[in-house]
Design a protein around this ligand. Structure first.
Ligand SMILES: *Cc1c(COP(=O)(O)O)cnc(C)c1O
Length: 462
């Protein structure tokens, strides 16, 4: 035991972890050899590990700690609610004050007539709800064959059977018999990797029109919905060309299908508005929310739906729900998080201060020899690493090798940044200051220098 912290030494924690803990998205054998990184505390935008080392968290955990770490108010809200009513369900005509207040608050914040909330414990669960909800929406109107959901390659919508089927990650589909029936995928608007000779605007329109082609191919009477993130997050922070969303919206309006915006990352201020849909002028019928809804302090997600959808779903019993749909403690924590986001004008801070600071600092990385595309939107940013800027070439060794080196060099420089293939991504807490943004970019540049040297030494640059 470490007498100062009452904590077993790191090596002991690592041994127990290796022996007993199965990790998400981790190769177990590789991890056991290296030893897990144990995070013990956090405050603001900084994490502390079990050796007392402090790191800048440029990922806000997993894209979720929007208000930053260490807010006592959320701990107090959770403790208060746990004492008052730790649990009750929302099935069979019951509710409790926090879930009612949270549903009403979300209806107020969400644009247009997105006035109704179905709660879940996570983004994955909420997207599973969405699959059943949109299919039931059409079936209840006498169109059960209108069941196909169109999604996109390289999308991320969660890890459950349904949500991972919506996702467009081949590695995930390769394990466990995915996708489930009646989910199809079109291409993503990733200009850097796939745009070829087209301008970004031409490419954005062309990729949007794949939706119209797919609807024509399947027949409008077969298609229930289209789902997409305003900005793909886990796919590598792929910021769509400006032409993309207006064309998608036009196609959804022209055809009788529902539009689901997966706002799990974009929601609650990440793009400089409450919702990414507002940043891109999208009018979804359903929005998926999770992550920033509670800033990650408690697990909660949900589907925010428009009047016409709620009306149809509410006609008869919807045989669907989770034990923790609208969990009172999670709802109380989410409410307190929303209060802080509003009263401290954190979304205004993103729009007017932090996002411009990130855009400016991030752009300075463009001259680095390893760096191709450099993009931001709000407090989402990514760079594409490449051996050849001019041709936008991928690395010959296949994706992810240089990205992984880079992620490790970031850690070595006390910076938590993620790699998606050979894209490096950031998504810091929304409360970050311009000076901490500059510090992220300063450390990132050192990490890129070290990665470049390492990639050259390993013969990966040509
Ligand atoms: C993280 C994520 C999900 C899944 O949320 P979980 O809470 O991990 O189940 C769904 N959609 C998007 C866009 C996400 O980033």
């Amino acid at each position: 035991m470490n007498l100062m912290t009452n904590q077993p030494p790191t090596a002991e924690l690592q041994a127990l972890d290796a022996a007993h803990h199965m990790h998400p998205f981790t190769a177990g054998a590789e991890l056991a050899e290296k030893g897990v990184r144990v995070i013990t505390r956090a405050n603001g935008v900084r994490l502390t590990d079990s050796d007392g080392r402090e790191m800048l968290d440029a990922m806000a955990g997993l894209w979720c700690v929007n208000i930053g770490y260490g807010r006592e108010e959320l701990a107090d809200a959770a403790a208060r609610q746990m004492r008052e009513l730790p649990y009750y369900n929302t099935f069979f005509q019951t509710a409790h004050p926090p879930v009612i207040a949270l549903a009403a608050r979300l209806a107020e914040l969400a644009p247009g007539d997105l006035n109704h909330v179905f709660f879940a414990g996570s983004g994955s669960e909420a997207n599973d709800t969405n699959i059943r909800m949109v299919r039931h929406y059409w079936a209840a109107q006498g169109k059960p064959e209108k069941s196909v959901i169109i999604s996109r390659r390289n999308a991320y919508h969660g890890s459950s059977m349904g949500s991972a089927s919506l996702g467009g990650m081949p590695a995930m589909h390769g394990q466990g018999g995915l996708p489930i029936p009646d989910i199809v995928h079109i291409n993503q608007p990733n200009w850097w990797a796939e745009g070829g000779e087209m301008t970004p605007e031409e490419f954005g329109r062309a990729r949007a029109r794949e939706l119209e082609d797919k609807i024509a191919e399947l027949g409008e009477d077969r298609v229930a919905a289209f789902i997409a993130e305003p900005v793909q997050g886990a796919g590598g922070v792929i910021i769509p060309p400006e032409s993309y969303w207006p064309e998608i919206q036009r196609i959804c309006d022209a055809h009788d299908i529902l539009l689901i915006a997966d706002e799990v990352i974009c929601g609650f201020g990440r793009t400089g508005h409450w919702f990414g849909s507002q940043s891109y002028d999208i009018r979804p019928d359903i929005m998926t929310v999770a992550k920033g809804l509670s800033s990650g302090y408690a697990p909660i997600g949900g589907s925010i739906v428009r009047d016409h959808v709620a009306e149809v779903i509410g006609r008869d019993e919807f045989y669907h729900g989770y034990t923790y749909s609208g969990h009172p403690v999670a709802a109380a924590v989410a409410l307190e998080n929303l209060r802080i986001l509003e009263e401290e004008k954190i979304i205004g801070h993103v729009r007017d201060v932090a996002a411009p600071a990130l855009a400016k600092a991030w752009a300075t990385l463009a001259d680095h020899p390893l760096v191709g595309e450099v993009v931001t939107r709000g407090l989402l940013g990514s760079v594409a690493l490449t051996p050849d800027k001019a041709s936008r070439a991928p690395f010959r060794e296949g994706p992810g090798k240089v990205g992984l080196i880079c992620r490790e060099r970031c850690f070595a420089n006390d910076l938590v940044m993620r790699h998606v293939g050979d894209r490096m991504v950031v998504s810091p807490p929304l409360v970050i200051t311009p000076s901490d943004i500059d510090e992220i970019v300063r450390r990132a540049r050192i990490a890129f220098d070290e990665t470049h040297a390492e990639a050259k030494a390993q013969g990966l640059m040509d």
